[in-house]
Ligand binder design. Structure first.
Ligand SMILES: NC(=O)c1ccc[n+]([C@@H]2O[C@H](COP(=O)([O-])OP(=O)(O)OC[C@H]3O[C@@H](n4cnc5c(N)ncnc54)[C@H](OP(=O)(O)O)[C@@H]3O)[C@@H](O)[C@H]2O)c1
Length: 331
């Protein structure tokens, strides 16, 4: 079973199955490509330690995020036995498989080994093809493995509202603790269906894309529309630029949104655009945590991440959301 965690110095926390975890997690997708920079294992462990010390002790990873799971497992080994960190990973099934007991157990044991633990703190399950109902078999086996102590909590990853509801109804509330999906000021899809399902079954949303790969930040204020392939955009920024321009609106409207967020930040203690964008997501009751992609671990400069996110916490000013909703709803 999972080890009890030391009290976190993070100011905002929430209950996720048997765990109490911070409301901002460190996302490790950014370890998967040199586009975000490279660093030695020692530097990455040092970066993780600095974040954990300040309460950012929950890390989100996957087996396809480069060496993220092994790096996290190595980091765990460096910690004294009294210090614990929270490791969420994923089992993403992108192609057709037979989810037998052996296949599912192997997937879990691989992660246990890489992450240097007795029990995966949170295993987030993704199943690509809903027409193949094997996801229900896989989840039944994950439930058995949870009872046997190999998994501490089970979540979903990128499941739609219909199938999240189906699974929670079939397995009973309490088994699935979370669903990881995209949620931001420019991608509000979870508000239409998913929010109700989460509240009905006490599933917490774990949000990614909240900063749109870094576009929802002061450095993009009054900047011209970037070229997707000729500049220095990261792989995620290319993806999010597409969301801004094709699914959401256009660059001019996006600049208007940044101006509104800047004005709100100025009126509230000089908070950054990123602070406001994170707070907007956190203020939805069905949201458990926001996952912030952390290239600064690689660059070994914790300053921007920590200062940037700290000021998104412990701050409530709900009526500002009316202004933002008016803007986002009007496009
Ligand atoms: N399940 C999925 O399908 C899925 C998909 C994507 C991501 N994720 C998870 O979510 C995590 C977050 O990834 P994301 O795509 O959502 O990225 P994101 O958090 O929207 O953006 C990350 C980028 O924001 C910028 N940034 C970070 N802290 C900042 C701060 N305090 N102020 C201003 N800018 C800041 C940095 O970019 P610059 O350095 O360029 O400014 C960083 O690379 C991933 O690591 C992963 O764990 C999951």
């Amino acid at each position: 079973m999972s080890r009890p965690r030391s009290p976190s110095p993070s100011r905002e926390t929430f209950v996720l199955g048997p765990h109490v975890v911070p409301r901002i997690w460190v996302g490790l997708w950014q370890l998967s490509s040199s586009a975000w920079g490279t660093a030695s294992t020692t530097k990455i462990h040092d970066g993780m330690a600095k974040h954990a010390k300040l309460g950012y002790d929950a890390f989100d990873m996957a087996d396809h995020y480069g060496a993220a799971e092994s790096l996290f497992g190595g980091f765990r080994k460096t910690l004294p036995s009294t210090t614990t960190v929270f490791g969420a990973t994923k089992w993403c099934v992108f192609r057709q498989i037979d989810p037998s007991r052996t296949v599912v157990e192997c997937a879990v044991r691989d992660r246990i080994e890489r992450m240097n633990t007795q029990s995966v703190d949170l295993l987030q399950f993704h199943w690509q093809d809903y027409s193949d109902m094997g996801y229900l078999t896989a989840l039944r086996i994950l439930q058995d493995l949870q009872k046997e102590g190999l998994v501490s909590a089970v979540g979903l990853c990128n499941f739609d509202a219909v199938h999240t509801n189906e699974i929670c109804a079939q397995f009973g509330s309490g088994f699935i603790v979370s669903n990881q999906v995209q949620f931001s000021l420019i991608d509000t899809r979870p508000l239409h269906g998913m929010a109700d399902i989460c509240e009905r079954h006490n599933v917490k949303l774990l949000a990614y894309g909240t900063l749109c790969g870094g576009f929802l930040a002061d450095k993009w204020l009054q900047q011209p529309e970037p070229e997707p392939y000729t500049g220095s955009l990261t792989p995620s920024q290319r993806k999010y630029l597409d969301v801004i321009l094709k699914a959401w609106g256009n660059w001019t409207l996006f600049q208007t949104l940044l101006v509104v967020l800047r004005t709100i930040g100025d009126r509230h203690g000089g908070r950054s655009i990123a602070n406001i964008a994170i707070r907007w997501v956190l203020d939805h009751p069905f949201v458990g945590a926001v996952l912030i992609g952390n290239d600064t671990i690689i660059l070994s400069s914790k300053r921007r991440f920590i200062l940037g996110t700290h000021k998104a916490l412990d701050w409530e000013f709900p009526n500002i959301w009316t202004t933002i909703s008016m803007l986002t709803d009007s496009h």
